[in-house]
Design a protein around this ligand. Structure first.
Ligand SMILES: [Zn+2]
Length: 107
């Protein structure tokens, strides 16, 4: 399993999940169950889509870009390098998916 995308909210997560499902890519959404208790949690916890099959990663990323351009819901954000582990993180993520470090310069 691999993290694919951090959604703005559970609706976007569900839309993307349906979109990928139509292309035979299975995903799970983690985090949306937290919505009910959001007042007690850091505001930067968003639903995250995880790929069930790692082999789908390249195709899923291509579909994700198509999804984003079709929905116009996101502007392309530049990737950033994690200051802790050096992993390159997609601009859509505010947390390093390798070690969980937050994006530098953001509160
Ligand atoms: Zn990291």
């Amino acid at each position: 399993m691999q993290p694919l995308y951090q959604a703005r909210d559970r609706i976007e997560a569900q839309l993307l999940r349906d979109f990928l499902d139509r292309h035979s890519i299975e995903t799970l959404v983690f985090g949306d169950y937290l919505s009910g208790a959001v007042g007690e949690l850091p505001a930067d916890i968003y639903p995250t889509l995880w790929l069930i099959n790692d082999a789908d990663l390249e195709r899923a990323r291509a579909l994700l870009m198509r999804f984003q351009s079709e929905t116009g819901s996101r502007h392309a954000a530049a990737p950033w390098a994690c200051p802790v582990c050096g992993e390159e993180v997609q601009g859509d993520f505010d947390l390093c998916w390798n070690c969980g470090q937050g994006r530098p310069g953001r509160q």
